[in-house]
Design a binder for this molecule. Structure first.
Ligand code: ZN
Length: 141
């Protein structure tokens, strides 16, 4: 299992240099997500076609965890089909609830950097904001 500073580096990198934080005018699914308990706000923008997530981006503001988590999520789902994204989403939520085993956590790649959040109840809503917004967005399709 990688050590804590490795996880910290992943989160810092996604927070300081988010690859997917930009407007996406071609998006055909756009949904706001808000976490009032911390003040995190995001707008998730996806371009979906024939069951695939062709493009994805977000804009918004919030704490480091909320912003890094949505950037990592987009990294993993862009170019994938919706079913893959749903599986990833369920797995991530299981990890955050402390229910995923080591093999499952490993499958989450960089998102596993958020594994310790399961022990920090106050930060859970920050970590899941982007993923819950994704879930809602996919349910609208
Ligand atoms: Zn937050």
């Amino acid at each position: 299992m990688p050590n804590r500073s490795f996880y910290h580096e992943i989160l810092t990198e996604h927070n300081l240099h988010p690859m997917h934080k930009h407007p996406l005018p071609e998006a055909n699914v756009v949904l706001d997500g808000v976490n009032p308990s911390c003040g995190d706000e995001i707008t998730l923008q996806l371009r979906l076609e024939e069951g695939k997530i062709l493009e994805g981006a977000f804009v918004g503001e919030g704490c480091a965890i909320s912003q890094a988590s949505v950037d990592i999520m987009l990294d993993q789902i862009i170019g994938q089909d919706i079913e893959f994204a749903r599986r990833r989403l369920r797995l991530f939520l299981r990890m955050i609830q402390g229910e995923a085993d080591e093999a499952e956590i490993e499958e989450l790649e960089e998102a596993s950097a958020l594994r310790d959040i399961s022990h920090m109840p106050a930060r859970v809503k920050c970590a899941v904001l982007g993923w819950h917004t994704l879930e809602e967005a996919l349910d609208k399709v």
